[in-house]
Design a protein around this ligand. Structure first.
Ligand code: UN1
Length: 496
């Protein structure tokens, strides 16, 4: 089979990187299956894309926002038609099971329909003026050319969270997808192009963070950067963007806790923990990576949880019987392995899993056993640092107050979950958990697109995606219209 070669999309034209260099995109369940060759772009390619986006901005900003929204509706309808194919492409390039890649495409469809409606809102404010015969209002304006840097774990949903609100707000975009998963971004952008998006409004520049990402962050004509990835890279992005005063929206790591109280519905808590920990092979920023168990149920929960974990079927995400797909690449496997060793070295007990799977068909890809660590203390590195793999820690506690303290004792603050039937404790947790998202009687994963998405502490820098994205992709203009036909001096005349 010939390997398809993909190009960058710049000003409506598909073209290779100026250097002609490419990066291979392989199936993590079977490295002999090459999905395609994608451009290894550098600063020169970014410069072309920025010039194209700058040109397209002249007209795109003047397209009425409801019309911009209509393109998103058409793109959403196309994604619905193409859902199965795009889900299969995604499983092939990043590994998660088909049910989940269908969900990833679905999240982009949800985002398209939700954000399209924003084209008819984009509300500003009117407010009384201090002066007679003077009208005051504030309007949302587009920011200009924006740079979007996206991760491999939600390779269509996360690009849609950034592209669609940026577009409906009147911005033009350059997107740099993760090197492991460019195809899903191509598919998403193809739907936009087929829906009638004018040339240059969205440009794709594929390549590495150091090759293409850094150039995007540093380019003087890029007015804002939206980044999802690790806290380490996010900090770097923010520091480099500061040199040109770019606003940066950062969505980064998590170390999400599911708390289970003695009074919880244990079955429900087990189901939630299993899905939260091993869905997407643990490679979600919202993944459950700490399960906090109250003493009364800890032994029973642990036994049952380990038994259920052992039953999970690891394999290619393209096979319907698979529960847990591969990790995206070998460096993620190394990280999982490293953290299991660190945990055991610090005194945690390996209850199940803990190793890469390398026999038989597993040898073709990057698979890691679903792993449960017991006897974990809140101070251990495994309880504080993000693994981003199928590795979860069990931590025991005595009182509800201790659970909240442990849950909050980390640098991250994305998602949290509490299982209880006690409404008072539920509301106390909602108030006291330091996180951008709190679930009651539901796992830490599964955010919906029309609520704010993001976190506190090292998880983010204050911005939100979902319902918060329009705030990032627009800038406020204050407008005063004086219809008095005389000079009225604010703060001077109005004392009379
Ligand atoms: C992520 O892991 O970066 O809430 C995004 C969830 C998904 C999105 C996860 N809707 O788990």
């Amino acid at each position: 089979m010939t390997i398809p070669t993909y190009h960058n999309l710049i000003g409506g034209e598909w073209r290779p990187a100026a250097s002609s260099k490419t990066i291979q995109n392989v199936n993590p369940a079977d490295h002999s299956d090459v999905v395609g060759l994608f451009p290894a772009s550098a600063a020169e390619d970014v410069a072309h894309a920025v010039a194209a986006a700058k040109k397209a901005f002249i007209t795109w900003r003047l397209v009425p926002a409801p019309k911009r929204g209509e393109i998103l509706i058409r793109a959403g309808l196309l994604l619905q038609q193409r859902k199965e194919q795009y889900a299969r492409d995604m499983t092939r390039e990043m590994g998660k099971v088909l049910a989940e890649t269908r969900g990833d495409v679905q999240e982009a469809i949800d985002e398209a329909f939700y954000v399209a409606g924003e084209g008819r809102r984009l509300f500003g404010h009117t407010t009384p003026s201090e002066l007679q015969n003077k009208f005051a209002m504030s309007l949302r304006m587009p920011v200009g050319v924006v740079g979007l840097i996206t991760p491999w774990n939600f390779p269509m949903a996360i690009p849609s969270w950034k592209l669609f609100p940026a577009l409906v707000s009147g911005n033009t975009c350059i997107i740099k997808p993760a090197t492991d998963t460019p195809l899903s971004t191509y598919n998403l952008v193809q739907a936009l192009v087929d829906a009638g998006l004018p040339p240059g409004v969205v440009n794709i520049v594929s390549g590495s963070g150091s090759g293409a990402g850094a150039a995007l962050v540093e380019h003087p004509d890029v007015r804002a950067i939206s980044f999802t990835g690790s806290s380490e890279v996010g900090s770097h992005v923010a520091q480099r963007a500061a040199a040109t005063f770019k606003p940066v929206s950062l969505e980064m790591g998590g170390k999400n806790a599911q708390i289970v109280l003695d009074d919880a519905n244990l079955e429900l808590a087990l189901d939630g923990a299993l899905w939260g920990s091993f869905g997407t092979t643990g490679q979600r920023c919202t993944a459950t990576s700490r399960i906090l168990l109250q003493k009364g149920i800890a032994a029973k929960f642990t036994k049952e949880f380990v038994a259920r974990t052992r039953k999970l079927k690891v394999g290619s995400g393209l096979e319907e019987a698979t529960d847990v797909g591969p990790q995206v690449n070998s460096s993620q496997i190394e990280t999982s392995k490293k953290y299991v060793d660190i945990a055991v070295g610090e005194g945690a007990k390996l209850l199940t899993g803990g190793h890469a799977l390398t026999e038989g068909d597993y040898s073709k890809g990057t698979f890691f056993e679903p792993t449960v660590l017991g006897g974990v203390k809140a101070t251990m590195r495994i309880a504080r640092e993000e693994v981003f793999g199928p590795v979860v820690s069990l931590i025991e506690f005595e009182t509800f107050e201790q659970a909240i303290e442990i849950a909050n004792s980390i640098d991250y603050g994305l998602s949290t979950s509490l299982y209880t039937k006690d409404v008072n404790r539920a509301f106390t947790a909602i108030r006291d958990l330091e996180a951008g998202i709190t679930y009651i009687n539901a796992p830490t994963i599964g955010a919906e697109v029309h609520l704010p998405f993001g976190g506190v502490k090292h998880t983010g820098n204050g911005h939100r995606e979902g319902s918060g994205a329009i705030d990032f992709f627009t800038t406020w203009k204050a407008v005063y219209v004086d219809y008095s036909d005389k000079l009225q001096r604010a703060q001077i005349d109005n004392a009379e």
